[in-house]
Design a protein around this ligand. Structure first.
Ligand code: ZN
Ligand code: FE
Length: 310
């Protein structure tokens, strides 16, 4: 790991640049919702070994990075505050940082009230979007690296949905190498996936609408995700999976991987469970946007999806 120390005695919330060491990993089975409430056995104290999701509004997810017990926590894209405050307080968690992927209100709406409850929390977002994402204490850009609660964070510039949309990739390698942890380990079997917080750029079975970007930009953004380890867990900010896959099945009715996944996802939703996180490997096999060979193909798919009413 070079000079990078993943477990300082007193883990700083923010510790500046760390070297890039891509996480390895084999494809996981692609089961869904398998990390909510994972106890994170063996993870060092103060390390954000777990990711939980809080469903809010109509179909948004707010994500929480935290350890197995009371302690510090990081929230990603808080659409609202009240549900997040309740969730954290019930678990004895103290908010130390908020990560933003883009400026839409369903991703930043809860931040002012969260800061009233935890005034010391860092607000991390794209510096290029400072005018649209206020209250930033740490402005970042694509290519930046930092550590947060013992985990390395890589900032990816992923324009398309908005012009300054960013994503956060957290490799799992440090923790897996350093401690017998259950990070990235699904109940059904081991994997070594990191975590990708992709906002509204990549959805399970879909991608974000091109509000401010071009098909070229979205294609390039998705290529970055496609290059991540297949076991990477994909934390999409909306529960659009069933609709996306129903559309995909209408475009590619003979594709067995899409059909199988659609059926599985419908079962998960009927049981009231989230379909998030997905996996990069699963998306590579079943997401038509991630499979698009070029920007022109992506543009055709995007307009088909825009027009699709089921
Ligand atoms: Zn959005
Ligand atoms: Fe959104």
């Amino acid at each position: 790991m070079g000079s990078f120390s993943p477990f300082p005695a007193d883990p700083p919330v923010w510790s500046g640049a760390a070297p890039l060491v891509p996480g390895g990993g084999e494809a996981a089975a692609g089961s869904v919702a398998d990390f909510v409430g994972d106890p994170g056995l063996g993870a060092p104290e103060g390390v954000a070994s777990l990711v939980s999701l809080i469903p809010v509004l109509r179909d948004n997810y707010v994500f929480v990075l935290h350890g197995p017990g009371p302690g510090p926590a990081v929230v990603v894209d808080p659409a609202v505050a009240e549900a997040v405050i309740t969730w954290l307080e019930e678990r004895g968690l103290e908010l130390v940082a908020i990560l933003h992927t883009h400026h839409h209100s369903d991703h930043i709406g809860g931040t002012p009230e969260l800061l009233r409850r935890w005034p010391e929390a860092e607000v991390i977002a794209s510096g290029a979007d400072r005018d649209r994402i206020p209250l930033q204490t740490r402005s970042v850009a694509g290519g930046d690296r930092f550590t947060l609660l013992g985990r390395r964070v890589h900032v990816l510039a992923v324009p398309g949905h908005t012009r300054h949309h960013i994503a956060y990739y957290l490799p799992a390698g440090d923790l897996l190498d350093s401690a017998p942890s259950r990070i990235g380990q699904a109940p059904g079997g081991p994997s070594s996936g990191g975590d990708l917080f992709c906002g509204d750029t990549l959805f399970a079975g879909g991608c974000g609408r091109l509000f401010e970007g071009t098909p070229e930009q979205m294609h390039a953004s998705l290529r970055q995700f496609a290059a991540l380890p297949e076991a990477t867990r994909v934390w999409c900010a909306h529960e659009y999976t069933a609709t996306n896959l129903a559309w995909a099945a209408s475009v590619e009715p003979a594709d067995p991987a899409i059909g199988t996944r659609l059926e599985a996802v419908r079962g998960v939703r009927a049981a009231g469970h989230p379909t998030i996180p997905s996996r990069i490997g699963l998306e590579l096999r079943t997401n038509l946007f991630l499979r698009a060979a070029n920007p022109a193909a992506l543009a055709v798919l995007r307009s088909s999806r825009n027009d699709w009413t089921g």
